[in-house]
Design a protein around this ligand. Structure first.
Ligand code: NAG
Ligand code: NAG
Ligand code: NAG
Ligand code: NAG
Ligand code: NAG
Ligand code: NAG
Ligand code: NAG
Ligand code: NAG
Length: 325
């Protein structure tokens, strides 16, 4: 019985190795050999780009919404706003004395990088990204290493890493913020401004120069620590596009978390989403404080955004990590 089994193993091993030889012979591509229990299995080394590419384009729901040509980040050549975009965007601002957008933008790009970012999409790019929201469902999740293993780690507003590394990681390549949610960044992090008003653009300039803007509709930091060469500004047309195509007009404008997620869909090939949604006890709080944010969603279409995010997950366009739910 045992000898029979041994012989059987021997034959299996022999067959598998000839299979491998044939495979090697007929394939020009790399082959990875893995030892699995009692025989070798071969598999084509999956070029990461293959993993990435399959994810897009096979869903009509997705294709109807995703617009690859939308301007994502503002620069001096794409800054002029279509009248529709301009009027919509300007209506969002509820501060008096709105300055001349064109004149403010002219100042912007004498200070900050003026170029096209992330235009390198293509079959050979496989950029993985973690979008890290601020939900309390991250507590105890142990996601830290998984988050840090991505090419980009995009964080939102004040969400800290210090003291929470085990659950949220310690790497930050991008942080999306606006004056009212600004915090200091380290030198490796891109400040990505979400501008809801012209004053936000002026604040950005002021924060790196005169430091004399200290007030919007509330008190804001006059300056922050951040690398000037890494500043990026979300394009107002992008905000409108997320509102129209992805939130389908729900709410006044999209929530920061939702915008960040769609931003990631555009600059990354694989998007993993952490720290979105309520905790298992249906509490909405930040992992870093006890403030109940019964939706950051006051002026946002929270339920619809939630529905869209779930759909993106179902269509395999993003991967949701739900924490301890
Ligand atoms: C689209 O492709 C992805 C990855 O290949 C797959 O997981 C998903 O189920 C596909 N969706 C549809 C609607 O076929
Ligand atoms: C501008 O708005 C009008 C009226 O709402 C609409 O018909 C038109 O398609 C819009 N154009 C663009 C480029 O969004
Ligand atoms: C804003 O406008 C009000 C009235 O229109 C004016 O009194 C005030 O001086 C203006 N403030 C600035 C900073 O321009
Ligand atoms: C804004 O400034 C530009 C350039 O100085 C000028 O051409 C334009 O008319 C101004 N717009 C408004 C609404 O004042
Ligand atoms: C600005 O971005 C657009 C894409 O939105 C790009 O076509 C253009 O070349 C960029 N301009 C500069 C100066 O990089
Ligand atoms: C982040 O944590 C890793 C270990 O998980 C450590 O090696 C690395 O030095 C840390 N980086 C920073 C910037 O703290
Ligand atoms: C800040 O300083 C600049 C340049 O000195 C000035 O033009 C601007 O009006 C000031 N803004 C405020 C809010 O004081
Ligand atoms: C978001 O959708 C998920 C899945 O349908 C649901 O379990 C969750 O309760 C929703 N969250 C909110 C706040 O509606």
């Amino acid at each position: 019985m045992t000898t029979l089994l041994k012989r059987f193993h021997y034959i299996t091993a022999l067959l598998s190795s000839s299979a491998i030889l044939l495979f090697l012979y007929f394939q020009n591509s790399e082959v990875v050999l893995k030892y699995s229990y009692y025989s070798f299995v071969s598999e084509r080394a999956q070029r990461t780009s293959h993993i990435c590419l399959e994810d897009r384009g096979n869903s009509s729901w997705f294709s109807e919404r995703y617009k690859p040509t939308v301007p994502i980040l503002l620069n001096s050549t794409n800054s002029e706003l279509h009248p529709n975009i301009s009027s919509w965007w300007k209506e969002l601002q509820d501060v008096p004395n709105v300055s001349n957008y064109t004149e403010v933008v002219d100042q912007l790009f004498s200070l900050f990088p003026d170029k096209e970012h992330y235009s390198d999409a293509g079959p050979d790019r496989c950029r993985t990204c973690a979008v890290v929201g601020n939900s309390g469902n991250l507590l105890g999740s142990n996601y830290g290493q998984q988050i840090d293993s991505n090419d980009f780690v995009i964080r939102i507003n004040k969400g800290p890493t210090e003291d929470y590394e085990k659950d949220v990681g310690n790497k930050t390549t991008h942080r999306i913020l606006y004056p009212e949610s600004a915090v200091d960044l380290d030198d490796n992090t891109h400040l990505v401004l979400l501008p809801i008003k012209v004053l936000d653009l002026q604040w950005l300039i002021s924060a790196f120069t005169t430091k004399n803007i200290t007030q919007t509709y509330t008190k804001v930091p006059s300056t922050i620590k951040a690398s000037k060469d890494k500043v990026m500004i979300l394009h107002p047309e992008f905000i409108r596009y997320v509102h129209d195509n992805w939130a389908e007009g729900h709410g006044r404008y999209p929530s920061t978390g939702f915008l960040t997620l769609i931003f990631a869909l555009h600059i990354c090939d694989k998007v993993k989403v952490f720290g979105f949604g309520a905790t298992s006890d249906r509490n909405w709080h930040h992992y870093y404080d006890e403030t109940l944010t019964l939706f950051e969603y006051g002026s946002h279409g929270g339920d619809f955004e939630n529905k869209t995010i779930n759909q993106l997950h179902q269509e395999n366009k993003i991967l949701m990590y739900k924490g301890l739910t």
